[in-house]
Ligand binder design. Structure first.
Ligand SMILES: [Zn+2]
Length: 65
């Protein structure tokens, strides 16, 4: 006879979800809108727009997606 009653104690898998800490951040140039992915807390500049007006365009992190 097969016992169908499954009253087993729950195995402790309630905390299997990792916290939502993004490991990648999208950065976008404000001039040419190019977008790159990288680690958080990077300081990036755009090579295409660099030096056009003697400025150094930094890529700002965007929080879409
Ligand atoms: Zn650019």
């Amino acid at each position: 006879m097969a016992a169908l009653a499954a009253n087993l104690p729950a195995a402790g898998d309630a905390e299997s979800k990792p916290p939502r800490t993004p490991s990648k951040v999208a950065y976008q140039c404000e001039e040419c809108r190019v977008k790159v992915w990288g680690k958080p807390d990077l300081s990036l500049i755009c090579g295409d727009c660099h030096g056009i007006d003697g400025q150094i365009p930094h890529l700002a992190p965007v929080s879409s997606y």
